[in-house]
Design a protein. Structure first.
Length: 349
């Protein structure tokens, strides 16, 4: 019998809604598989996990060391952050070595391939444990071949006004909502955290640029018998660092409908504050213009991220955005996903 996964999620010094988004998402969607969170700074405060990450994770312990975490019977140490550049913080090497020495599998979504580190690899072989680099690409990828337009499958893509604002969560919630409404739907993971949750997918931001469109097409083609697929978004089409993967994903998927993800309180690009986020209608128009030469696709709804706002503020923002765009809008965590499901049903199902 296969051993059930039990994650010790490493966030050392970075536990927070946005600073450890990989950890937060796994705790939200795989809490039953979360043994503990390793963060000595957070542990020293005496606060519960839910106080750091928006009310979820209650009862999951925060531990200060690998040794303490082993009491929770983990099977793997999982890197719970997604830093800019995707490199392992130097101070975490010791933690990785301690976990390997204890016989734990290592799961990493970093751009840096931990399995290629000679010291880590040697200890993993000695202990007969796996280092799973989630962003590791398969050997054979290809360019896009226009295989999707003839399929009955309906494809819904998440595209956002910025990175790190909840595209994956909205996609997961929309997929769940569609399945509850009776549709044969599947979530397609295109980033490391989504892959950890779904158990399949490809991290498109690690694909050679010529093959991004083809990799996205392949993910949809492999699920060609599904009635509908909901595609996790990456970056944004006007992001100064990450626009390439977003446009490649959009063109490779050739979606029938788009849900535009937006944080009403965010005015500037995350980590690139010298760049303003374009006005909502302008951003939506740009996304639709980019896909139009390949397929006439519209943004049909807006997924909101209202983290940190009061309920009254979130409701006002939702109403203002609906009035401004003429599209249904909702934060799937705060308001539920029903509006988004209905918008997708009305447009393409």
């Amino acid at each position: 019998m296969k051993t059930k996964r039990r994650m010790m999620i490493l966030t050392e010094g970075r536990l927070g809604i946005f600073s450890s988004k990989t950890a937060v998402s796994l705790i939200r969607y795989r809490s039953g598989e979360t043994a503990c969170v390793l963060d000595s700074r957070a542990a020293a405060t005496g606060k519960g996990l839910e106080e750091f990450i928006g009310g979820i994770g209650r009862g999951i312990p925060i531990v200060k060391s690998v040794r303490e975490g082993l009491r929770c019977r983990p099977t793997q140490l999982l890197i719970g952050i997604a830093p800019v550049g995707g490199q392992l913080p130097a101070a975490w090497r010791r933690i990785i070595m301690e976990a390997l020495a204890a016989g734990l599998e290592i799961v990493s979504g970093l751009h840096q391939m931990l399995g290629e580190d000679q010291q880590f690899a040697a200890l993993a072989r000695k202990k007969k444990v796996r280092i799973w680099d989630v962003r590791q690409m398969p050997e054979h990828l290809d360019v896009a071949h226009d295989r999707l337009r003839s399929l009955r499958q309906r494809r819904i893509a998440l595209v956002g006004s910025d990175c790190n604002l909840g595209k994956m969560i909205t996609a997961l919630e929309l997929d769940r909502g569609l399945r509850e409404a009776g549709y044969d739907s599947e979530f397609i993971a295109t980033g490391q955290t989504g892959i950890m949750i779904a158990g399949s997918g490809l991290a498109l931001d690690h694909v050679i640029s010529d093959f991004v469109n083809g990799a996205m097409e392949q993910l949809c083609w492999e699920r060609r018998r599904r009635q509908v697929v909901v595609i996790e978004g990456q970056g944004s089409v006007f992001h100064p660092a990450y626009s390439g993967v977003t446009v490649g994903m959009l063109h490779g998927a050739m979606p029938h409908a788009i849900v535009y993800q937006h944080a009403p309180w965010r005015k500037r690009i995350h980590h690139y504050e010298q760049f303003k986020i374009p006005p909502l209608r302008q951003g939506i128009q740009l996304v639709e213009d980019l896909i139009r030469p390949l397929q006439r696709t519209k943004v049909v709804a807006i997924g909101l991220n209202t983290v940190g706002q009061k309920d009254s503020e979130a409701m006002r923002a939702m109403k203002r955005i609906e009035d401004e765009t003429g599209l249904p809008a909702a934060d799937p965590i705060r308001h539920g996903v029903e509006k988004l499901v209905r918008a997708v049903e009305k447009s393409v199902l």
